[in-house]
Design a binder for this molecule. Structure first.
Ligand code: MN
Length: 286
């Protein structure tokens, strides 16, 4: 199955577009991966500035292909995000953050991915991890930078709470990649051309493989993000920047944010993004 991206605004306050593949009506998640945004490449004049906003119940993975981003959050983190380094924010019970691209590099190109936290840990204290150099695995002519989870001989030191993998893959002309048959996988075309098990994967589209496959025949010339994981069986409720389990929890999370109950931090963007109005229906977990 191929999921074509849809264009959405990065925030309601900017003109910056991102290309989102999941969640999608046909595919809500892959393992615990519940959100896939592809940004750029764009000139830095159209760079990214996102004012303070919250997250709950999830981990954010920011992975840069090009560019430089200043990340600040309410755990006290001030971290420059650079290509090839993993930045993982575990929101847990609630974290506030802002991000802005910095001058220097001429281009900004990134993915932002969300991982749902299992119920047992979703209210944990928020944390931030930076992994400067991630392990690599080679499969035929493909080279994978395994930024989170495990693949082949490579295991990222980043903390995960369900079995999964996320990797940037330099796609070569041939070579099959081992898959865990108990996991589902996605291949996002970041740049170049590629096919997965014979299916052409268009730019910014996501190719999906359900559980049961033991390998993936990948061919082309370009860059892919590969995500995978054990199917995440817990129903979750995603609304705005929050992941919860009930409508009442979402109401409470929304109110907590709009009433400024989060700790302040050394923000360099200024302002904050208020949570939107809730819809006039009771949200249900899926
Ligand atoms: Mn965010």
């Amino acid at each position: 199955m191929i999921i074509e991206p849809r264009i959405v605004k990065l925030t309601t306050r900017t003109e910056v577009d991102v290309r989102r593949t999941i969640p999608h009506a046909k595919l809500r998640r892959i393992g615990a991966w519940v959100f896939v945004d592809h940004f750029g490449p764009t000139e830095q004049v159209d760079g990214m500035t996102v004012a303070a906003h919250p997250h709950t119940g999830l981990q954010t993975v920011t992975w840069l292909l090009d560019g430089l981003i200043d990340h600040r959050d309410s755990t006290g983190t001030a971290q420059n995000v650079t290509p090839g380094s993993l930045n993982l924010m575990t929101a847990g019970s609630g974290v506030s953050h802002s991000e802005r691209s910095l001058p220097g590099p001429t281009s900004l190109h990134a993915v932002q991915l969300w991982i749902a936290l299992p119920d047992a840990v979703r209210s944990m204290r928020p944390t931030f991890e930076h992994v400067e150099t991630v392990p690599t695995a080679t499969f035929g002519e493909h080279v994978a930078q395994v930024f989170i989870g495990e693949w082949g001989s490579a295991t990222s030191p980043a903390t995960v709470f369900s079995p999964l993998v996320g990797a940037e893959v330099s796609v070569g002309t041939r070579g099959s990649i081992p898959l865990n048959p108990a996991w589902e996988y996605g291949v996002l075309n970041i740049a170049g051309s590629m096919s997965a098990n014979g299916d052409d994967v268009p730019p910014s589209a996501l190719w999906y493989s359900s559980v049961g496959a033991g390998e993936l025949a990948l061919t082309g010339a370009g860059t892919a993000i590969v995500i995978g994981g054990e199917p995440f069986r817990e129903p979750i409720l995603m609304w705005w920047n929050f992941i919860a389990r009930t409508h009442e929890e979402i109401e409470e999370m929304r109110m907590d944010w709009n009433l400024h109950t989060y700790p302040s931090f050394a923000d360099r963007v200024g302002g904050w993004i208020p949570a939107p109005e809730l819809p006039n229906v009771t949200l249900t977990p899926r």
